[in-house]
Design a protein around this ligand. Structure first.
Ligand code: ADP
Ligand code: ZN
Length: 623
C-alpha cells in the first residue's frame, strides 16, 4: 500500500488544485470520493459512463502525490490528446508508444527517472518491451491508472491480450496504488476486471449510467433519407456520426449526403489504414463534420462535442448501442441520438443470425436482437429501458429526453371510439387481426370484407373521423388499458378481455391520453421533438447564449488550435466558450472565474480571447 506523501489533506485543498491546475470550480459526482480513496493509498475500480470525468480521478492525484503516475491506455491517438490537454494546463506529462522515436522515448524515460514528470502514458504492449520492466523498478511510481480496464476481460466488447500483462505489473510495483477505470457497466465485466487484476479489496465506485444531456429518439425507417438530411441540417456545423451496418452502405450514404450538400466521409475497417487515420484526424480537428461509419469508428475518438449520433441501421446489441450513443455530448451539452427502425428489421436480422454456426453464439445473438427490438418497440421511456438493462432503476415517469417522454400528450374522451372498436372485434368473432378490424370499421370495399359478409354487420363503416394510423394507435392504447389483447402467434388475432366486456356492459366512460395532434409541420418538423419554448435541446440553442460572440470565440479557438497543431478542445471546451460568451469578461480577473480557465490557460490565452470579447462589445455599443 502506498504511503501518504505530500498529499493534499482535505476536500478544500483538493478544490484548490482543481481550480488552479484544471480550471474547474466543482467536482463532478463521485470524483472527490474517488480521489480521496486514491490519495489514501487504496485501490479503486471506477465505473462511469463516457464523459463522466474519469481522467481527472487519476490526473488530480498524480499532481498531489510524490513520484510518477503511470497511465496504461490502449489508444495511441487518445494518449497524445490527453497529454496535449495536460500540458496546456501546465502539467508535466508525456507518453511513449510505438509512434515515438527511440531516442525521444529514452529522453522521456530519463526525465521520468529524474523526477521531472508527473504523468507517463504508455500502451499495454510497452510492458513487454525489453528493458521497460527495469525502467519501472528504477523510478518511484506511486499510482498506476488503468484506463479502459474492460479490455482485460474477454466478456467485454474490446478484449486486448496485452492487458493480461497488467497482472504481473502489479507484482512488480507492489507498493503502488491502482485505479482501474471503465465505461462498461455489466456486472460480469466488472467481476472479471477485479479478478484479472487481482484486486478483490478495491473499492468500487459505480456512477449512474444515465446520460442526462442525451436525447434518445427512435424513428420509423420510412423516408429515412429525407429525415436524415433534415437531422443533419438541424445540426449543421456540428460534428455528427451516422452508423450503418455494411461497408458498402457507408460509402453509398456518404456519397449521397455529399451530393446533397452535406460533406460526409465514409469510415470502415476495409479502408486503407492511412485513409482511416486521416479521416479520424480530420474529424477530431473539425475539418470533417459528418462521418458515415460502421461500428469500427469511434473507439479511439475522444471528441467531446459530437452533437448527433444516428443509427441508420439497427444495432446488434443494446450494450453496443449504449456505447455508440455514448460518444455524443461528452462535454455535457445537449446532444441527440436517433435510431431508425423498421418492423422488417426483425426478419432481416433473424436471417443473418440463423447463419451463425455455433449454437450458443446463435442463441445469444437471438436474445440480443429481441432485446434491441423490444427497445425500439417500447411505448415506455427509452432512458428507463436502457438503465434497467444495466441493472439501474429509474423511477422518474418523464425523463424529458426521449421521444416517448417528449411527445406532448393530450387527454381525450375515448368512450365512443372504444365501444365501436370492441364491438367490431366481437361482431367479427374475435378471429381477425388488426388490419381486418380496421377495414370493417372504416367500411373498406376490400374483397376479404365482402367474402366474410362483414359489410352487412352494424359496425361496418361506423368510423369516419379516424384514419388507419389513428385507429392503430387507439387499439394500442386499449391494449395498454387491458381492454383488448392480441394473440402472441404470428396471426396476432385481436380479442376482447374480461375487462373489455365489463367496460361494454357497464357503459362506463373512458379517457385516454394520446399523442397530441399537431398542426402540419415543416419538413424538418416531425422529429423535432423539442417542447415549445425550450430551445435548449437543439444543437445551437442554449438559452441566453450570445450566438454571434460564441461563433467568434470558436473561430479564434480554431486558429489557436491550428497554430499549435492540436484539437480545438485542448484550448477550451465548448462549455467554457459558452460561459465566456454569456459572462463576457473584460479583464484577467473575471476571465479567470470562467469554469475551464486555470492559471496556465489564463496566461496562454486570456489576451487573445479578451480582445475578441472587447471588440465585440465595442461593435455592439456603436451599432
Ligand atoms: P471520460 O474519460 O469519463 O469519458 P473525461 O475524463 O474525458 O471523461 O471528461 C469528460 C469531459 O469533462 C472533459 O472535457 C473534462 O475536461 C471534463 N471534466 C472532467 N471533470 C470536470 C469537472 N469537475 N468540472 C468540469 N468539467 C470536467
Ligand atoms: Zn423518457
Amino acid at each position: 500500500m502506498s504511503t501518504f506523501r505530500g498529499v493534499a489533506r482535505d476536500e478544500l485543498d483538493l478544490r484548490q488544485v482543481l481550480k488552479t491546475r484544471f480550471g474547474y470550480d466543482e467536482f463532478r459526482p463521485l470524483q472527490a470520493e474517488i480521489i480521496g480513496n486514491v490519495l489514501a493509498g487504496r485501490d479503486s475500480l471506477v465505473l462511469m459512463p463516457t464523459g463522466g470525468g474519469k481522467s481527472l480521478c487519476y490526473q488530480l492525484p498524480a499532481l498531489c502525490l510524490d513520484g510518477l503516475t503511470l497511465v496504461i491506455s490502449p489508444l495511441i491517438a487518445l494518449m497524445k490528446d490527453q497529454v496535449d490537454a495536460l500540458r496546456a494546463n501546465g502539467v508535466a506529462a508525456a507518453f511513449v508508444n510505438s509512434s515515438v522515436p527511440a531516442q525521444e522515448a529514452r529522453d522521456i524515460l530519463a526525465a521520468a527517472r529524474a523526477g521531472r514528470l508527473k504523468l507517463l502514458y504508455v500502451a499495454p504492449e510497452r510492458l513487454a518491451v525489453p528493458g521497460f520492466r527495469e525502467f519501472l523498478t528504477s523510478v518511484d511510481i506511486g499510482l498506476i491508472a488503468i484506463d479502459e480496464a474492460h479490455c482485460i476481460s474477454e466478456w467485454g466488447h474490446d478484449f486486448r491480450p496485452d492487458y493480461r500483462n497488467l497482472r504481473t505489473l502489479r507484482d512488480t510495483l507492489s507498493t503502488a496504488t491502482v485505479i482501474a477505470l471503465t465505461a462498461t457497466a455489466t456486472a460480469r465485466v466488472r467481476d472479471d476486471i477485479v479478478e484479472q487484476l487481482g484486486m478483490p479489496r478495491a473499492r468500487q465506485f459505480v456512477s449512474s449510467f444515465n446520460r442526462e444531456n442525451l436525447t434518445y429518439v427512435v424513428r420509423p425507417k420510412r423516408r429515412a433519407r429525407v429525415a436524415l438530411l433534415a437531422l443533419l441540417r438541424k445540426h449543421a456545423n456540428a460534428p455528427a456520426i451516422v452508423y450503418c451496418l455494411s461497408r458498402d452502405g457507408t460509402e453509398a450514404l456518404a456519397a449521397d449526403l455529399s451530393q446533397e450538400g452535406i460533406p460526409a466521409l465514409p469510415y470502415h475497417a476495409g479502408l486503407d489504414v492511412t485513409v482511416r487515420r486521416e479521416t479520424q484526424e480530420r474529424f477530431i480537428r473539425d475539418e470533417a463534420l459528418v462521418i458515415v461509419a460502421t461500428i469500427a469508428f469511434g473507439m479511439g475518438i475522444d471528441k467531446p462535442d459530437v452533437r448527433l449520433i444516428v443509427h441508420y441501421d439497427l444495432p446488434k446489441t443494446l450494450e453496443g448501442y449504449y456505447q455508440e450513443t455514448g460518444r455524443a455530448g461528452r462535454d455535457g451539452l445537449p446532444s441527440e441520438c436517433v435510431l431508425f427502425f423498421s418492423a422488417g428489421d426483425r426478419a432481416k436480422f433473424t436471417r443473418f443470425i440463423d447463419e451463425i454456426e455455433d449454437p450458443a453464439e446463435r442463441e445469444r445473438a437471438h436474445q440480443q436482437l429481441d432485446q434491441m427490438i423490444a427497445y425500439c418497440e417500447a411505448r415506455t421511456c427509452r432512458r428507463a429501458f436502457v438503465l434497467q438493462y444495466f441493472g439501474e432503476s429509474y423511477d422518474k415517469t418523464d425523463c424529458g429526453g426521449c421521444d416517448v417522454c417528449l411527445v406532448e400528450r393530450e387527454a381525450f374522451d375515448a368512450t365512443e371510439i372504444a365501444q365501436k372498436i370492441l364491438s367490431a372485434v366481437i361482431r367479427t368473432g374475435e378471429r381477425f387481426g388488426l388490419r381486418h378490424i380496421i377495414m370493417v370499421l372504416r367500411g373498406s370495399r376490400a374483397r376479404r370484407v365482402f367474402e366474410w359478409g362483414h359489410h352487412e354487420l352494424p359496425v361496418y363503416g361506423i368510423v369516419r373521423d379516424y384514419d388507419r394510423d389513428e385507429l392503430k394507435e387507439i387499439v394500442g392504447l386499449l391494449e395498454d388499458e387491458g381492454l383488448l389483447q392480441r394473440s402472441p402467434d404470428k396471426f396476432a388475432t385481436v380479442s376482447v378481455t374480461r375487462a373489455g366486456h365489463e367496460f361494454l356492459r357497464r357503459r362506463g366512460t373512458l379517457t385516454l391520453s394520446r399523442i397530441k395532434r399537431a398542426a402540419p409541420e415543416s419538413q424538418a418538423g416531425p422529429h423535432d421533438l423539442r417542447r415549445s419554448g425550450d430551445d435548449s435541446r437543439s444543437s445551437g440553442g442554449t438559452p441566453g447564449l450570445n450566438r454571434e460572440l460564441f461563433e467568434r470565440l470558436r473561430e479564434l479557438r480554431l486558429r489557436l488550435a491550428e497554430a499549435r497543431e492540436q484539437p480545438a478542445y485542448v484550448v477550451f471546451s465548448n462549455r467554457t466558450l459558452e460561459e465566456m460568451a454569456r459572462a463576457m469578461p473584460r479583464d484577467h480577473a473575471s476571465f479567470a472565474d470562467i469554469s475551464g480557465v486555470g492559471p496556465a490557460k489564463l496566461e496562454a490565452f486570456a489576451d487573445d480571447f479578451l480582445q475578441v470579447i472587447r471588440e465585440y462589445a465595442a461593435s455592439r455599443e456603436t451599432a
